[in-house]
Design a protein around this ligand. Structure first.
Ligand SMILES: NC(=O)C1=CN([C@@H]2O[C@H](COP(=O)(O)OP(=O)(O)OC[C@H]3O[C@@H](n4cnc5c(N)ncnc54)[C@H](O)[C@@H]3O)[C@@H](O)[C@H]2O)C=CC1
Ligand SMILES: CC(C)CC(=O)C(=O)O
Ligand SMILES: [Mg+2]
Length: 348
């Protein structure tokens, strides 16, 4: 029986993970759930956003199902104690360097996209985001300039091994899709990106069957709304991938639709929607649970090697949406619970 660490977190995290668990429960799979507090919820009860017991559970579980962290009540805390540190800590401690964020247009949802329907209809892409390096993990600090001005810094840094392993993931995924890989960087101005591009080109020699192109991040952001159909797999760094995936979500209708898998070198992983804790709608039953439900499907397919129920969940979400089920973010009126019911009904 597979052990799932259930880390619901803050804001809408508990609402959307509950929806995901309801859907998993309907499939009567051989899964056991163990819950632990994380983020602001953990800070409240244990004085730390990532208590050792929570990390230990995540380490011994077969997979982690994660909601979101972030709570405005803790905005004044120093950075290392903020709820968001919990997800960064989990990614680093568990070695989850590869973050897969698929974005595809669901049939019938073109009207919800920020793009024209004929453009939105072509979207089916995978963002492969490096997850344990870059400015989120480089040296950070505050100080004073020589003239007494307050300053802050976050070092952008990658080494060649970190770039090569995420590039390899990008190429391998491209091989399972249409064999087109776009590496996104900012090599015109960043030394880190020049190393990134150099190493991606070196790794490309082992994947001659994949067509590699390079694009600067600012252009990629523009192309994502101009002609997203040109992209199949995008491989990029932590910061650029974070931003581009939120943007991609609006191209397909809502941030409430995009799931993610964060994987280590053996395929063990943490599965979470790409969105945050959404304090503006927390506790109101407004959250779209689809991203969390689809994250549970990614968990089944990727870490637990259960492709059949994963496919059933994905098909049920698509069928519910095709049948007109819409939460407020998609222009509809369904609550989180009613949207989950629509998915359950489509599950049969
Ligand atoms: N992995 C994580 O735990 C993440 C945590 N955060 C944290 O979450 C908190 C809020 O951050 P924001 O920048 O507001 O980003 P957010 O993703 O939480 O929300 C952005 C906007 O999207 C909406 N939204 C998000 N998820 C939705 C859903 N499932 N259904 C319908 N609407 C949804 C929200 O209502 C809000 O208007 C912050 O503390 C942030 O640091 C942000 C991103 C990821
Ligand atoms: C705490 C943030 C780095 C999380 C985030 O925005 C993300 O992973 O998408
Ligand atoms: Mg983000």
């Amino acid at each position: 029986m597979a052990l799932i660490a259930l880390l619901a977190g803050d804001g809408i995290g508990p609402e959307v993970t509950a929806a995901a668990c309801t859907v998993l429960g309907a499939l009567a799979l051989d899964l056991r759930f163990e819950e632990a507090p994380v983020g602001g919820a953990a800070y409240r009860v244990a004085g730390h956003p990532l208590p050792p017991e929570t990390l230990a559970l995540a380490e011994r579980a077969d997979a982690v199902l994660f909601g979101a962290v972030g709570d405005p009540a803790f905005d004044a805390l120093e950075r290392t104690m903020r709820p968001e540190q919990a997800i960064l800590g989990l990614r680093k401690e568990l070695g989850l360097f590869a973050n897969l964020r698929p974005a595809r247009m669901f049939a019938g949802l073109e009207d919800a996209s920020a793009l024209r329907p004929e453009i939105a209809g072509r979207i089916d892409l995978m963002i492969v985001r490096e997850l344990t390096g870059d400015v989120y993990f480089g040296d950070k600090g505050r100080g004073l300039t020589r003239t007494g001005l307050r300053e802050g810094h976050d070092l952008m840094r990658y080494d060649e091994v970190e770039v090569a392993r995420i590039a390899r993931t990008g190429f391998e995924i491209a091989r399972t899709r249409s064999r087109r890989l776009t590496s996104v960087d900012k090599a015109n101005v960043l030394e880190t990106s020049q190393l990134w591009r150099e190493v991606v080109n070196e790794v490309a020699r082992d994947f001659r069957d994949v067509t590699l192109s390079h694009m600067y991040c600012d252009n990629a952001a523009m192309q994502l709304v101009r002609d997203p159909g040109q992209f199949d797999v995008i491989v990029t760094g932590n910061l650029f991938g974070d931003i581009l995936s939120d943007q991609a979500s609006m191209c397909v209708g809502s941030i409430g639709l995009l799931p993610s898998a964060s994987l280590d070198s053996e395929g063990k992983g943490l599965f979470e929607p790409i969105h945050g804790s959404a304090p503006d709608i927390a506790g109101q039953g407004k959250a779209n649970p689809c991203a969390a439900i689809l994250s549970a499907a990614m968990m089944l397919r990727t870490s637990l090697r259960m492709p059949e129920p994963a496919g059933r969940i994905e098909a049920a979400v698509a069928a519910a949406i095709a049948g007109g089920a819409r939460t407020a973010d998609l222009g509809g009126t369904l609550s989180t619970g009613a949207m989950t019911d629509a998915v359950l009904a489509a599950l049969g």
